[in-house]
Design a protein around this ligand. Structure first.
Ligand code: PMP
Length: 461
């Protein structure tokens, strides 16, 4: 039986930037089959063993060959209702499928790698809630931790031991995080890291890279610019030019552009922030020497290096890109996996910077639900599992991702479709272009209309 693979993190242009698009594959005739790609290889507890036995991921028996058009009438009705209350019917824009076309399924439940929509259609889930569900949906240790914690109340607005428990695990994986703060989203994490960098340096200008997304804080929503000396213009209505003007957007993988920016703006740049492996323009790996070069330039110029690992953290390695590439960051931001599916972000780094935060120092940052007990419980259960099973988990993730990404690329080659595959661990993109893809401009040559068709076709299977 042929295996059918779905899309994940594929470049797609929307109005302001390339995003990666989500991928599911619908699976017909597989009622009663549950799959979990990750519990299969580490069936230690009885519950996990039972779950692994039930698992049917990637087995031929569960796969359809070609599907008839799925009925999504309930999803459609839910979307129409949601549009009465939410702009575009959604609480985060990419969920509306405007970039890829088609109608978004409403999800009812998910287990392991399987997702069921409101009409009872089943899908293999290739996007894992945009990253957090690395251990699969409803992973028993995570569910148990949340249930146990909820019985003691969901929030206190006062400290609990769980915060330091998770912090201890995070800094064991990320030694550069000597101190950290938990927040509730990646956006909060990057926004706070930038405030800290400005305070630490007494400078205002931020360097970011075209195609990198760091959340929706005003100063980071700068449309990709081109000239080194050209200050950014707002990438969203409602962002004052004065704020966008403090952000320089440079081409990724181009150290000369960074050197030139520091030369043109001496003593003005507070920090360089980047995705160490770009995910938000489709997957783009750092060129050899690029990350080390950024470290050397920022250190020489007295600017901070902020490594945004919201996507790469605990994913491209247990210690993320910092471990995989040996980056000596000043500040690191995390999100997604560290919360195990609950809203958690982290910013942290060298003690000398972190101790500038209130109440020790003059930089204000706070959050009513920061370090929330339920979020900490899910985060601890997830990170703990990854720490204790890093040996099977990461090699398995690598092997599975390699099979999926290279399998599709090989089929495309056979069919004569121009495609460039970029992949780092489980992050990867099929760009519909002959390539190569090393930066945003090259990513933008991907045929996004073709990708939209591919995405819709995968949903129909
Ligand atoms: N940084 C990166 C690298 C991201 O990929 C994202 C979200 N995809 C963010 C920051 C923002 O995180 P959040 O959506 O949790 O605000």
């Amino acid at each position: 039986m042929a295996r059918r693979f779905g899309s994940a993190m594929i470049s797609k242009t929307d109005s302001t930037r390339l995003i990666y698009a989500i991928g599911y594959i619908r699976v017909k005739g597989c009622k009663g089959q549950d799959g979990d790609s990750f519990s299969q290889f580490v069936p230690e507890s009885a519950m996990e063993r039972e779950r692994a036995q039930r698992s049917g991921l990637y087995t031929g028996a569960t796969m359809s060959t070609h599907g008839d058009t799925p009925n999504r009438s309930r999803s459609k009705a839910m979307q129409e209702r949601a549009e009465r209350y939410f702009p575009g019917g959604v609480n985060s824009p990419v969920r509306a499928f405007r970039a890829v076309g088609g109608e978004p399924p409403f999800v009812e439940r998910a287990d392991g790698a399987w997702l069921t929509d409101a009409d009872g259609n089943r899908y293999i889930d290739y996007f894992g809630s945009w990253g957090p569900m690395i251990l699969g949906h409803a992973f028993p240790p995570v569910v148990e931790a949340i249930e146990r914690t909820a019985r003691n109340s969901a929030s206190f607005g006062a400290s609990t031991a769980a915060e330091a428990d998770l912090a201890e695990r995070v800094s064991a994986c990320y030694p550069v995080l000597e101190k950290m703060r938990f927040v509730s989203s990646g956006t909060e994490a990057t926004m706070s890291a930038i405030r800290l960098a400005r305070a630490a340096t007494g400078r205002k200008v931020i360097v970011k890279f075209e195609g990198c997304y760091h959340g929706h804080a005003d100063g980071l929503l700068v449309k990709a610019g081109s000239g080194v000396a050209t200050f950014g213009i707002p990438g969203s209505a409602g962002v004052p030019e004065e704020i966008a003007g403090l952000t320089l957007a440079l081409p990724y993988n181009d150290l000369a552009a960074v050197e030139a920016a520091f030369a043109v703006h001496p003593g003005a740049i507070a920090a360089v922030i980047l995705e160490p492996v770009v995910g938000n323009a489709g997957c783009i790996a750092p060129a050899d020497g690029y990350l080390g070069g950024l470290r050397a330039i920022t250190a020489r110029e007295g600017a901070l290096l902020i490594v945004d690992e919201v996507m790469t953290g605990f994913r491209v390695a247990l210690g993320g890109a910092c471990e995989r590439y040996g980056i000596d960051a000043d500040l690191v931001t995390l999100g997604k996996i560290v919360g195990g599916g609950l809203p958690v972000g982290v910013f942290g780094g060298k003690r000398q910077f972190m101790d500038m935060l209130a109440p020790l120092g003059p930089v204000y940052q706070a959050g009513t639900l920061s370090g929330n007990p339920l979020a900490m419980a899910a985060g601890i259960a997830t990170v703990r599992y990854l720490q204790e099973h890093a040996e099977p988990v990461y090699p398995q993730l690598e092997a599975t991702a390699q099979a999926v990404f290279e399998g599709v690329a090989a089929e495309a080659a056979k069919a004569g479709v121009a495609m460039t595959l970029n992949r780092v661990g489980s992050m990867g993109t099929w760009f519909f272009t002959p390539g190569p893809v090393r930066n945003y401009d090259e990513a933008a040559t991907s045929d996004t209309e073709r990708f939209g068709r591919f995405h819709r076709a995968m949903l129909e299977r």
